[in-house]
Ligand binder design. Structure first.
Ligand code: HEC
Length: 173
């Protein structure tokens, strides 16, 4: 109650200053908004050129140029004994396998298969003859060793062996 009676005499002054502030803020708001829009546009242009530059460098690194020899660089991030990105088991030669064998297709084609070293070799030869896989050079034996060690056929995988030499006995009453 006290407050309202105190503020009454100031009302006219308040109104004027409010109008002043409103007038001011309208024009300044307009300027600020214009600046913000300009800023956003500039950022958008900068960002887009950066993205397209990155995209171009990725493209030219991977798809537009087919390497003549084996790729030797691979970035690994191992967790739980596997490369996080591809799911390939950690082991010697993994970075070569990741670099050369996940360039055209996903690692799933490796993960879902179990072959002997010879069969892995024939798969590689098949891809070289028909799919444009490059000569793996001196990395081929390392890649084959990795595949044969980590993705070899396992008999009775995930099951115990069937029992052998069971001695049956007859139940007696
Ligand atoms: C130049 C491209 C290319 C590269 C590099 C490549 N592959 Fe392939 N690979 C293919 C194509 C294409 C297929 C057929 C895919 C399909 O059937 O969908 C294939 C299929 C496969 C298959 C399935 C074969 C089958 O009989 O089921 C396996 C396993 C495989 N690749 C492993 C590898 C390994 C290991 C490497 C690394 C040494 C590798 N690939 C590198 C192109 C490539």
């Amino acid at each position: 109650m006290k407050k309202s009676s105190e503020s009454k005499p100031n009302k006219v002054g308040e109104k004027k200053s409010l109008q002043l502030i409103q007038g001011l803020s309208k024009s300044t708001l307009g300027i600020i908004a214009a600046l913000l829009i300009l800023f956003a546009l500039v950022m958008l242009v900068l960002f887009q050129t950066e993205i397209s530059e990155r995209f171009n460098s990725i493209n030219s690194d991977q798809t537009s140029e087919i390497p003549e020899g084996p790729i030797s660089i691979g970035i690994l991030e191992i967790a739980d004994g596997k490369d996080v990105e591809t799911g390939l088991l950690a082991g010697e030669g993994l970075e070569l396998v990741k670099a050369n064998c996940t360039a055209c297709h996903s690692s799933a084609l490796i993960l879902q298969n179990r072959f002997s070293r010879e069969t892995w070799k024939s798969k590689i030869e098949w891809m070289q003859e028909t799919q444009g896989l490059w000569d793996l050079g001196n990395t081929e034996p390392i890649i084959l060793d990795y595949l044969a060690a980590n993705y070899a056929p396992e008999e009775f995988r995930g099951r115990r062996k069937p029992l052998e030499n069971i001695e049956w006995y007859t139940l007696e009453d």
